[in-house]
Design a protein around this ligand. Structure first.
Ligand code: PGA
Length: 259
């Protein structure tokens, strides 16, 4: 795992967007897994700027990490709509190059299995962006999710519903159930980039990065991934014991290596 500490959210966005631009340069039809929530927005803004400056995303493909269950199709806070707004529209990517699980399906169990097949048929995810919940979740894999889990229905913790209530009229409006790529599914992506911003994430980040591997901290599974990059702002890095080591490691890294 590589830990990169940068001053602020725009710097996080630039770094992750640079990795995506390099990937698309090597593999124009790369499958890029996107995350919702507030944290990755600077990545999409930075990609939009790079596109205006000539980055070609004409063949890039986008896939979704997770979704609420039961919101009607087209609900503005369904993650399909959030991804359309924040990623596809910004980057000029058409619907036929976008895949996600159907949270409004009558049979959500089948929708999960269908999504696993879709990802496999697409050749797997090349780069997956991740946020981290204050409870340590990745995707919507809440604490004690199996490290071997596949895309499935999960029940949100109260803490996650409270954290996400800001996107809805109130807590009661936040769905209880979600579909999420499993931890086993996420771990198959060739490169994982986890972003965390702000003091509210510092404890979860420290547990995930420097704590024991534990299902109760789902993000700790990144310790097992062969290519995982954790990009933090100073506040999110605030509880890391080895922060100085990570800083000096990154500062002395040859530029050609990228992240
Ligand atoms: P946030 O959500 O980026 O809105 O903090 C992160 C997450 O829950 O994974």
């Amino acid at each position: 795992m590589e830990i990169v500490i940068v001053p602020d959210a725009p710097a996080q966005g630039d770094l992750a967007a640079g990795a995506i631009a390099d990937l698309v340069g090597r593999k124009p039809d790369a499958l890029i897994g996107v995350a919702t929530g507030s944290t990755p927005l600077p990545v999409y803004e930075a990609l939009q700027r790079r596109r205006e400056q000539g980055l070609n995303l004409d063949r890039a493909r986008i896939c979704q990490l997770d979704e609420y269950v039961g919101l009607p199709a087209g609900h503005p806070e369904s993650y399909r709509e959030v991804v359309r707004r924040e990623v596809l529209d910004r980057l000029g990517i058409s619907d036929d190059r976008f895949m996600g699980p159907d949270g409004s399906a009558a049979d959500v169990v089948k929708a999960c299995a269908d999504y696993e097949r879709t990802l496999a048929a697409a050749g797997g995810v090349d780069l997956q962006l991740l946020g981290i919940g204050t409870d340590g979740h990745i995707g919507f894999n809440e604490p004690i999710s199996s490290f071997g889990s596949r895309t499935r229905v999960k029940t949100l913790t109260k803490q996650t519903r409270v954290d996400n209530a800001r996107f809805f009229a109130g807590l009661d409006e936040v769905p209880q159930h979600v579909l999420t790529q499993g931890i086993g599914t996420i771990m198959e992506a060739r490169h994982l980039i986890l972003l965390a911003t702000g003091e509210s994430k510092a404890e979860a980040v420290a547990l995930a990065v420097e704590g024991p591997l534990a299902a109760v901290v789902p993000a700790s599974v990144l310790q097992l991934h062969p290519h995982a990059t954790v990009i933090l702002d100073e506040a999110a890095a605030g509880q890391l014991k080895l922060a100085d080591y990570y800083r000096s490691t990154y500062a002395t890294k040859p530029a050609w290596q990228g992240i």
